[in-house]
Design a protein. Structure first.
Length: 95
């Protein structure tokens, strides 16, 4: 799994996804669908199919930006999870 910086080199994450005034519902959706998927060998980020299936089954209408945000957050979660297995990995939050 590539690091998030490798996926989006030289980019400001705020320019990739438009600013959404209230993200609470997107975080709630992400926690409901799950932060990650599994391929039998470990954690993988949510796929577009995972997000679409959840959306259809729950009747939740996502905007394209919300769907992209959910997928990107899943990538970040899995990337940090894998990076954190290294004892030298710094905490992803400030002291």
């Amino acid at each position: 799994m590539p690091a998030i910086n490798d996926l989006f080199p030289n980019s400001n994450p705020h320019k990739i996804i438009p600013i959404i005034d209230d993200l609470t519902h997107v975080i709630t959706y992400l926690l409901e669908v799950g932060l990650y998927s599994s391929n039998g060998m470990g954690m993988t980020p949510l796929s577009w199919v995972d997000i679409q299936a959840w959306s259809q089954l729950t009747g939740s209408q996502l905007t394209p930006s919300e769907a992209r945000l959910m997928r990107k957050l899943s990538f970040i979660y899995v990337s940090q999870y894998n990076a954190s297995k290294d004892i030298k990995c710094e905490a992803p939050y400030p002291d």
